[in-house]
Design a protein. Structure first.
Length: 198
């Protein structure tokens, strides 16, 4: 990274406000929301329509002198995640797009804090080269290639629909048997000649 400025959300918010691209009060609120909800600051800016995805990425490229290389232009190779903690990348919406020796190129969703890249470098023992993507393209890549696992609707791992269907059929049968066993009639009695409507 050739910029003397550290990658950080607060600095980005300051520049967006100074350039008149986003209202400073809304930027402050977005920063606070991100801290309390663990949602990335760029994601909040885009979701709240405070700035367009393209404009946000353009500002980050300009501020930090970084190349714009979204994953729809340069998708990661088939072995990009080999030996890496996928959950770390998903949590930060980062995508490793290339590895060359001890250098790993990662595509950011506009920006991630410098601490995240430093942690990745320490965990992988690689030098991290960041490029700028967009929030939407990174999210779309994860949705299409590494969708989050949905929790099962009913308890029990590995249970199949047939087993649950049989369970409910058996329960229905036992209730029906209990009712008929007690001498209760399930037939509808004919309606009385007296019509309650008069």
């Amino acid at each position: 990274m050739k910029s003397s400025q550290r990658l950080e959300y607060a600095h980005l918010a300051q520049v967006l406000g100074q350039r008149g691209l986003v209202d400073p009060q809304r930027l402050h609120l977005a920063l606070q929301t991100g801290k309390s909800s663990q949602m990335p600051f760029p994601e909040i800016l885009i979701n709240e329509n405070l700035i367009s995805d393209w404009d946000l990425s353009r500002v980050v490229c300009d501020m930090y002198n970084l190349p714009f290389l979204p994953v729809d232009i340069h998708p990661p190779g088939s072995r990009a995640f080999e030996g890496l903690d996928r959950e770390f990348f998903r949590r930060h919406h980062l995508i490793p797009v290339d590895r060359n020796g001890q250098v790993m190129t990662v595509c950011m969703p506009a920006i991630v804090p410098a601490e995240v890249l430093a942690q990745l470098s320490a965990d992988t023992e690689m030098h991290i080269a960041a490029v700028v993507g967009t929030v939407a393209t990174n999210n779309r890549w994860f949705d299409e290639n590494m969708p989050a696992e949905a929790a099962p609707a009913l308890p029990g791992e590995g249970t199949n629909v047939g087993a649950w269907s049989n369970l409910f059929d058996e329960a229905d049968a036992s209730v029906l048997e209990a009712l008929t066993g007690e001498g209760l009639s399930l037939e509808v009695e004919p309606q009385s000649d007296l019509d309650p409507r008069g």
